[in-house]
Design a binder for this molecule. Structure first.
Ligand code: NAP
Length: 371
């Protein structure tokens, strides 16, 4: 028997509910494909509220060390208080483990109630930079010692006058942009995708967003022979136009590569277009560590967490199985999930027929029935 150790964090809010449902599906699929030849050993690790209770720390050193040792994990959503309390743990995990590529495939699943006329035209992969931009977390409160120091520095060195204000810094570097673009190109070659569109706001922020665009093109020149061989086109688009084009002509887009903040907005908007963030999977990939996670958060608005949709997490698991070369497991999960939804079953956010509305757990059981 070959064992593979995978770390998992249940997460907050709806996290434990969708994790229990998803794990049922993953284990059943591994068992169906590999019987007693291969098995997943799940190792629970902690971050957020649960870690605070257990270790007195929201992101214990042990969690980071275990990631460095086992290299792969999957997590439920973690809560981030707005405006006060601790900074985002999700961002901290991505930065500390240098998981620089956030990869989110957005594709319609037939049968889901989507808000646009032709959701089936959406089939895009978003490559979002994960460690820089205003997300890097370099910011200071208005009237703090730090923000006042920066204001004085700007005045005395650059003659820039700012009144009392909060300050945030937006770093975007050549190295971090180029490594993301390399990943996007390698992905396009591996998965036979035909276009990479660089999304940026370089008309306004020339030296950050504009440079992002230019550095991406520079990488594409290094790959020119391979891009030509595989007939992969590279182009670019300004971020605000991207949002309307995504609604008007989604079929014109394949892979999108974006800085952190634009990618954050864009992936939720794209997900909504095919039926909501409860269904789109996500991954955070570095050079040798990978962390898979749903696109959504803890969904505090859902009154009964047992009815939360586990699809995003289940499909994040399918991406994870593909990553560890359990390809047949990934295929089985995707195929069966599609079939279940096509038969009209699902959680209330995606299914209208009351008779076929299921809890996360029952939805998972139904998916297994359709294996
Ligand atoms: P959210 O948790 O993603 O929820 C937004 C809305 O999307 C929900 O209220 C719900 O809509 C719908 N939704 C999300 N997941 C769903 C699911 N699995 N099934 C059905 N519907 C789902 O976003 P938020 O309210 O902005 O954020 C809440 C908390 O989560 C914050 O603390 C935030 O920082 C955190 N967060 C964490 C992550 C992460 O861990 N990676 C990502 C995003 C946000 P209805 O209420 O209309 O049903």
């Amino acid at each position: 028997m070959e064992n593979k150790i995978i770390l998992y964090i249940k997460g907050d809010g709806i996290g434990p509910y969708v994790m229990d449902a998803a794990m049922k599906v993953w284990n059943a699929a591994v068992n169906r494909i590999y019987r007693d030849k291969k098995r997943i050993i799940w190792k629970e690790i902690y971050a957020g509220k649960k870690a605070l209770e257990k270790y007195g720390d929201i992101l214990p050193l042990e969690t980071l060390e275990l990631f460095k040792k086992y290299k792969i994990g999957i997590k439920g959503p973690l809560e981030t208080p707005v405006g006060s309390g601790y900074r985002s743990l999700n961002v901290a995990l991505r930065q500390k483990l240098d998981l620089y590529a956030c990869i989110r495939p957005v594709k319609y699943i037939k049968g889901i109630d989507a808000p646009v006329k032709n959701p089936e035209k959406v089939d895009i992969i978003i490559f979002r930079e994960n460690t820089e931009d205003v997300y890097a977390g370099i910011e200071w409160k208005e009237n703090s010692e730090e923000s006042n120091k920066i204001i004085n520095f700007l005045k005395s060195n650059f003659n820039i006058s700012l009144k009392k204000t909060a300050i945030g810094i937006k770093p975007i570097s050549e190295f971090k942009t180029k490594r993301l673009m390399k990943k996007a190109i390698e992905y396009a070659i591996k998965y036979n995708r035909k276009k990479i569109t660089i999304v940026h706001k370089g008309n306004i922020m020339k030296y950050t967003e504009g440079a992002f665009r230019n550095w991406c093109y520079e990488v594409s020149k290094d790959y020119s022979l391979e891009l030509e061989k595989h007939q992969i086109e590279i182009n670019d688009i300004i971020a605000d136009n991207m949002f309307q084009q995504l609604l008007l002509n989604p079929e014109n887009f394949d892979i999108l590569i974006t800085p952190n903040l634009n990618g954050d907005y864009l992936s939720d908007a794209a997900a909504a277009q095919v039926g909501g963030i409860g269904i789109i999977p996500g991954s955070n990939i570095g050079d040798d560590i990978a962390l898979f996670e749903p696109t959504h958060g803890t969904a505090p608005g859902i009154k009964n967490p047992e009815m939360a949709n586990p699809t995003s997490l289940i499909l994040s698991g399918a991406m994870m199985f593909e990553y560890i070369n359990f390809t047949q497991v990934a295929e089985l999960i995707r195929k069966s999930l599609k079939k279940t939804v096509l038969e009209g079953f699902g959680t209330p956010d995606i299914i209208k027929d009351d008779k076929k509305v299921l809890s996360a757990n029952k939805f998972a059981e139904k998916i297994i029935e359709y294996f």
